[in-house]
Design a protein around this ligand. Structure first.
Ligand code: ZN
Length: 417
């Protein structure tokens, strides 16, 4: 920082806080001398990172960030995440952000949040979120009151958060944490299984629910699943745990958050174009997708095959489930309209759109279509909430979805033949 800039800054502060200056000159000067932010205060390779991001100082607490792109996808920008590791207090911040590779997936199309602790996230708006042709956009932060700041898209969830959640949930006697394998970056691929092992209902007579997230940057769908798990492990979920088995793959591309990858894994493969409806293929399939699909195929071959499978995503608006019905709907259970009615009853806050139906599955590489094509089971594409900035809303929507599964899938599953 230039000496003149520092002098100017100190003069401005003295003007604003003369009384304090007179009473506590030594302490005040220590505060006033706090430096402006510099490029080296920004970290882009922590638990929430942005691979390839470059930062350049433009002026006082004003920087330009050029985003990098997803592996093998030069037109797909990485999302912006960063950690200001110190020196933020008493500074404001203006960031101008751009991506030279195009606007195929805009970095400003989701909500944005920031936090002092990577936990209590608060909203900040991009200046021009509604201009799809605009490649650059800006963020204007208020004066910070703490030294460290985290920024991310939607309400961020790091891989480290997933590990903490698995440790917490794994202590519940009805939860089992399975490690299916490792990502290309060496992170665990988890499947959380929840069922009451003391229940008299044998596995073959239990309803089986499977929930997974494919796109690593769609964090609000991950928090939605956290809400499902928390409801299921609460007292309210005890009856459901006796009659069912529930599986959760919270993050199918766990290398994503530390790199800012929105849709892909390290091979640059769109993780929701990664299902192989004719069977998992170790050589041709995306590494992490193969591991999870192979595990799903083993579940399908077990005596407790999956009854319904949820592919969790985000786009704008309310949470939006779209279903392709399996054989239990309208036969041993009520028609899909009953599912829709129960879901609306369980959603007093109006966080979820009325259930929509698709008669036939589309592209089989999508995780909401492929398992229906492969196994004929009920599948649900669950979108929405990408513009939310409140974690609690996603948790509440997830609780409503899980309660709906518990209510609609009542009793036990009729034994096969
Ligand atoms: Zn998605």
């Amino acid at each position: 920082m230039k000496l003149s800039a520092r002098f100017h800054r100190i003069s401005r502060r003295i003007g604003a806080g003369l009384a304090t200056f007179v009473l506590l000159p030594a302490a005040f000067c220590a505060v006033a001398a706090a430096a402006e932010l510099s490029e080296s205060d920004f970290k882009f390779d922590g638990p929430l990172g942005s691979q390839g991001a470059q930062i350049e100082r433009v002026g006082s607490n004003h920087f330009h960030i050029t985003l990098g792109h997803a592996p093998k996808q030069p037109t797909w920008c990485n999302m912006l995440y960063f950690h200001i590791t110190g020196n933020a207090k008493s500074n404001t911040l203006r960031l101008d952000v751009s991506f030279p590779g195009g606007d195929r997936y805009r970095f400003n199309h989701n909500s944005a949040t920031w936090a002092y602790d990577a936990e209590n996230w608060q909203a900040i708006r991009w200046v021009n979120p509604d201009e799809p042709r605009r490649r650059g956009d800006s963020l204007l932060f208020p004066e910070f009151t703490e030294e460290e700041v985290w920024f991310g898209a939607q309400v961020p969830m790091s891989y480290e958060n997933v590990v903490e959640l698995m440790e917490r949930w794994g202590r519940h006697p009805h939860a089992t944490v399975h490690v299916l394998g490792q990502s290309l970056g060496g992170r665990n691929l988890y499947r959380l299984e929840i069922a009451d092992p003391e229940s008299p209902v044998p596995p073959a007579e239990r309803w089986v629910h499977w929930m997974g997230n494919q796109h690593p940057g769609e964090h609000n769908s991950q928090w939605r699943m956290v809400g499902m798990v928390d409801w299921l492990l609460s007292d309210a979920g005890a009856d459901c745990r006796r009659r069912s088995i529930s599986h959760f793959v919270l993050m199918n591309s766990p290398d994503g958050p530390s790199n800012g990858w929105y849709r892909v894994n390290a091979q640059g493969i769109d993780m929701n174009r990664s299902y192989f409806p004719h069977g998992a293929d170790e050589e041709k399939q995306a590494h992490e997708a193969y591991i999870v699909q192979k595990d799903l195929e083993e579940l399908m071959a077990s005596d407790a095959p999956v009854t319904n499978l949820w592919s969790m995503h985000t786009w704008g608006g309310l949470v939006e489930p779209i279903m392709v019905c399996g054989p239990e709907m309208g036969t041993v259970l009520g028609p899909w309209q009953e599912f829709r009615r129960i879901m609306q009853e369980n959603d007093p806050q109006g966080l979820i759109k009325p259930l929509a139906i698709r008669q036939k599955p589309g592209n089989g590489t999508y995780w909401n279509n492929g398992p229906h094509i492969q196994f004929g089971i009920t599948t649900i594409l669950c979108e929405g909430s990408g513009d939310w900035t409140c974690k609690q809303r996603s948790l509440d929507a997830g609780a409503a979805l899980m309660k709906t599964l518990a209510d609609y899938y009542h009793g036990t599953r009729p034994a096969e033949r």
